[in-house]
Design a protein around this ligand. Structure first.
Ligand code: BGC
Length: 361
């Protein structure tokens, strides 16, 4: 009995010892953890810890035109200079693909989405996906309608249309005009249309200018431009001026004109300052192009990325209603370029070199 009593006492003593040792281990471990993690609690040292890199998702609707390669390459290069990472994708003019690609970018934990919509309506679903994850969205060069985009950055597309119209009006004040629009799902096309109508409508109403054809060219394919012009010429119609909405469409139109020995005789506009268009301008088969310095668009976009990441306010001059809300809008002025100023614009900016423009193989 006594023995049992004594051994119970010994067990209790042992337990106390173990408890003491465990408590000691606990405090020593806590002390070690505190010592090693202390810098994280120190404000000054915390600033030195580098934040994770900002990752930009760049969802492009197309790479069909030469300019989009410049957009992609310049954006990646300049983003890297600022210490950002870029994940880019190209939907090849496919709306379903564009949504899937945005899902892919979101799975890659992007911090911000820059999107060039293939279609201004259908792309809103992709924007919603990003917004649901709290990712800010920049509508780049093309507007996404009916969606909660944070900002729209572009060249002023109304002015693009105005420039084309002013150039044509100067060289053909009266006559038969053909209007070749781009893809109807690209909102820039509506803006360009509004821009040239603003300049030309009073002349059209006075019948000084005849609008003999105004058509969309789906996916901005030059084949449409070629066919429209070719058909008119085959029907024996006289064409005095062609407002082609970009350099691809200009190329298609000029191809049809040249088959009837009319290249250089009928003024044709364009847009983008593609290298082949610049060569046609100095050769005399294309009247003008609308030059859009891509690096300025990229600089502005990355400045805005900075602001959005730091949650700083955007001071935009314009607000544009996209059907869902008034969107802060940043517009860069495009530049009309013809033979007379190509050296002082496109070549001076090194958009293309003098050799590239003037020495055609
Ligand atoms: C752009 C043009 C481009 C066209 C076709 C438009 O949205 O403003 O620069 O030529 O798309 O890709």
């Amino acid at each position: 009995m006594n023995y049992i009593y004594r051994s119970k006492k010994a067990v209790k003593k042992n337990r106390m010892k173990i408890l003491l040792i465990l408590t000691l281990i606990f405090f020593v471990t806590a002390l070690i953890i505190f010592i090693f993690c202390y810098p994280k609690f120190d404000n000054k040292k915390q600033q030195i810890i580098k934040p994770a890199k900002v990752r930009i998702g760049f969802a492009m609707g197309t790479l069909k035109e030469e300019r989009w390669f410049k957009d992609r390459d310049i954006l990646i290069a300049k983003a890297h200079e600022r210490g950002y990472e870029v994940e880019w994708v190209n939907a090849n003019e496919n709306d379903v693909e564009q949504i899937n690609q945005v899902k892919y970018l979101l799975s890659k934990n992007i911090n911000i989405l820059i999107i060039v919509p293939n279609n201004y309506e259908k792309c809103s679903g992709a924007v919603n996906l990003a917004k649901k994850r709290g990712i800010k969205v920049i509508s780049y060069d093309r507007l996404v309608k009916n969606s909660d985009i944070d900002v729209y950055i572009s060249f002023n597309n109304y002015k693009v249309g105005e420039l084309m119209a002013k150039w044509l009006l100067k060289s053909v004040p009266r006559g038969n005009y053909v209007f070749l629009l781009g893809d109807p799902g690209d909102y820039n096309v509506q803006m360009i249309k509004e821009g040239y109508h603003k300049v030309l409508d009073s002349f059209i109403n006075k019948k000084q200018i005849n609008n003999i054809l105004e058509r969309y060219c789906y996916n901005w394919r030059k084949e449409y431009a070629y066919n429209y012009i070719n058909n008119l010429l085959e029907e024996g119609k006289r064409i005095d001026a062609v407002l082609a909405s970009n350099d691809s469409l200009a190329e298609g139109a000029i191809m049809a004109l040249s088959e009837k020995r009319l290249a250089g005789k009928v003024p044709v506009t364009g847009q983008d300052a593609d290298i082949s268009a610049c060569q046609r301008i100095v050769k005399g088969t294309q009247l003008m192009t609308v030059y859009k310095p891509i690096d300025r668009l990229v600089d502005l976009t990355l400045e805005i990325v900075d602001k959005l990441i730091k949650e700083e306010p955007l001071k935009s001059v314009y607000m544009l209603n996209n059907g869902y809300k008034n969107v802060p809008t940043f517009f860069i002025d495009p530049i009309g370029v013809d033979k007379s100023n190509i050296n002082d614009t496109v070549i001076k900016d090194n958009f293309h070199t003098w050799d590239e423009v003037y020495i055609t193989k």
